[in-house]
Design a protein around this ligand. Sequence first.
Ligand SMILES: [Zn+2]
Length: 129
Amino acid sequence: MSRIRSRNTHPEKLVRSVLHRAGFRFRLHVRGLPGRPDIVLPALRTVIFVHGCFWHRHEGCSNCTTPTHRREFWLAKLNGNVERDKRHLSELKKLGWRSLVLWECETQSERKLASCVERLRSIRAALKR
Ligand SMILES: [Zn+2]
């Protein structure tokens, strides 16, 4: 069964345009931060990772498959990605950054994107207090 997806809807672009419309200022792929986050909101000291469901192992997601050919190789590789992601999140936390993870499949959902924006708004509101 093939999934229907519109063209040119790169997950990260979707997130960026939603944030932009909501009036957030951000930078992209900042070097020097653990994991080189996809989107960085310096004013909110918050980063967003837009994770591919396959490569970053979105648990329970239908896109999170494991190739049957060279299965051991893939498992080692993919588990390594997950470990690295965990390490990056904890390093960011130590440096005082909040991290949000949006899964690729979630970027296809208006509701999920809206809840990400809500989350950022509440972070912003908390900082203003
Ligand atoms: Zn997913």
